[in-house]
Design a protein around this ligand. Structure first.
Ligand code: HEC
Ligand code: HEC
Ligand code: HEC
Ligand code: HEC
Ligand code: HEC
Length: 363
């Protein structure tokens, strides 16, 4: 072969793309981040970036792994480290596996059909953009990116025993939000200022941190107290609780979350006379009728949903609380809503996320 032909072959062999050839058909988030810095910085803050590495998942996974003699890898990782769906790296030896729900997994999704991902890996990145055609890499339009379908592949889980453990997508799909075309992305991936790419980019991006901000949470639930009624032996307080801002039940997803409505009756000095609570949650039992309190246990052994009183999207409920201790002294009712979450970590902890608080003075 003469030199000229060798030279030509060499040129043809250079891929027309920004990507390095890696042993697995996915590029690291850092590679994408070298041009999409703002997306990278946002994603890095999200729970998607921590879906494999976070200690709460790891604790649950290690337990599930031990109890199933390794079987849990093929159960849990398709969602928590989804590149395994293609690479088969269930031992999590590759860095890309430990990146969790990484850029190149989502942007390789060509479609989602009945909750099943249709993946096309390679140099073409999928998105909801129709017009743009950057020179840096190939792009393709995928309708799933503009709709809740993209999220349905993971945020709707029915376990091996047929129990609907966490069904955020299903809850949304039956709601007014679906009817009016408000998808997960509208609330969790809103448009925000940012560079869509270092060169040849635009001045707005979609928020990849999942907007799981305090601000969003605080708008989710509304609590109103009606004028309490004073009886001879008690004070009756009606409290109105509304799921105002979530496109699914509150709480949604993992069954280890509980919504708490807590109402305090106070005396004139501001001392608490009596406290009442009401809990909203989905209770999941195993085949022996024991309650499964953690995500991992619910996922592996959940056999039956024994009750579910969570607040559906848009739903309002009036709850009546009866305060029978020193009713004559009560002058004020304070009601607050918050979420609690009990993850399995080394020490038993409880997280409390405040949502709403309101105070009513009595005449
Ligand atoms: C060498 C720079 C570069 C690298 C590396 C890069 N991109 Fe891009 N990408 C661009 C540019 C430029 C655009 C066009 C931006 C625009 O139109 O706002 C773009 C657009 C996109 C789009 C939107 C589709 C469209 O039609 O505009 C997606 C999705 C995307 N890239 C995903 C990725 C992912 C995932 C990776 C990593 C696997 C990646 N990119 C790596 C430069 C790059
Ligand atoms: C959970 C799946 C998911 C992950 C992970 C993900 N993206 Fe996206 N990305 C989306 C969706 C959905 C959109 C479109 C949002 C819309 O149009 O409402 C999008 C849009 C984009 C766009 C087009 C411009 C824009 O902001 O609309 C770029 C570029 C992009 N993503 C790059 C990245 C990069 C880089 C990473 C990793 C650092 C990443 N994405 C991780 C789902 C994902
Ligand atoms: C490949 C699977 C997968 C896809 C696709 C996916 N998610 Fe997730 N998502 C997860 C997992 C797993 C977690 C939990 C991560 C953790 O906490 O360990 C999560 C966490 C979240 C959280 C944070 C929950 C919290 O507790 O704070 C939100 C919000 C979320 N996802 C929204 C979305 C939206 C919106 C989409 C679609 C655009 C989407 N996800 C697509 C798997 C996925
Ligand atoms: C109308 C806006 C809206 C829509 C649509 C919406 N969400 Fe949410 N989402 C919220 C709000 C507000 C919260 C915070 C309240 C809460 O935590 O329950 C939330 C919380 C979550 C959480 C975390 C649960 C928790 O308690 O920390 C996940 C996961 C989630 N959403 C996923 C999704 C997915 C997947 C979709 C689409 C199927 C979706 N959301 C649609 C507003 C929305
Ligand atoms: C069908 C997809 C899917 C499968 C399979 C799955 N998960 Fe998850 N997991 C999720 C999603 C989505 C979330 C986030 C839900 C939410 O926050 O509402 C989550 C959340 C969790 C959390 C809470 C993480 C945190 O940071 O708070 C733990 C722990 C967990 N999963 C453990 C497991 C274990 C262990 C397995 C295997 C036995 C498993 N999951 C299988 C989708 C899945």
């Amino acid at each position: 072969m003469n030199r000229r032909i060798i030279f030509l072959l060499f040129i043809l062999a250079v891929p027309l793309t920004a990507f390095a050839k890696t042993p697995v058909p996915f590029n690291a988030a850092k590679v994408c981040g070298s041009c999409h810095q703002d997306h990278y910085d946002n994603w890095k803050k999200s729970l998607h970036a921590l879906s494999y590495n976070n200690p709460i998942f790891q604790a649950a996974y290690q337990k599930a792994y031990a109890e199933t003699e390794g079987g849990a890898a093929r159960i849990c990782l398709p969602c928590h480290a989804p590149t395994t769906r293609i690479t088969g790296d269930y031992a999590a030896k590759e860095e890309i596996t430990r990146e969790g729900i990484t850029c190149d997994f989502c942007h390789s999704v060509a479609d989602v059909k009945n909750g099943v991902f249709v993946l096309k890996t390679g140099d073409v990145k999928h998105s909801a953009l129709k017009e743009s055609a950057p020179k840096e890499h190939g792009t393709a339009y995928s309708e799933a990116f503009a709709t809740a379908r993209l999220c349905s592949g993971c945020h709707d889980f029915t376990n091996r025993l047929g129990t609907k453990v966490g069904n955020t997508y299903d809850e949304w799909n039956k709601s007014q939000y679906m009817m009016s075309g408000v998808h997960c992305q509208n609330c969790h991936m809103a448009e925000m200022p940012g560079r869509s790419a270092k060169e040849n980019g635009r001045d707005s991006i979609h928020d990849h941190s999942l907007a799981h901000s305090m601000e969003k949470m605080l708008g989710a639930v509304r609590v109103e107290t009606k004028e309490p009624v004073r009886m001879n032996d008690a004070v009756l307080a009606d409290v109105l609780l509304t799921n105002e801002g979530a496109g699914h039940a509150i709480p949604t997803g993992t069954p280890a979350r509980t919504l708490v409505l807590e109402v305090h009756a106070l005396d004139a000095a501001g001392n608490v006379v009596e406290v009442k609570k009401k809990l909203y949650r989905k209770r999941i039992m195993n085949d022996k009728g024991e309650e499964m309190l953690t995500d991992g246990d619910a996922f592996l052994y959940g056999k039956k949903i024994s009750s579910d009183n969570r607040l559906l999207p848009g739903e309002s409920r009036v709850e009546t609380f009866r305060f029978g201790v020193r009713p004559r002294d009560i002058v004020k009712i304070v009601a607050e809503a918050y979420l609690t979450y009990q993850p399995v970590v080394i020490t038993k902890t409880e997280m409390k996320i405040p949502l709403y608080s309101t105070t009513t003075e009595m005449k």
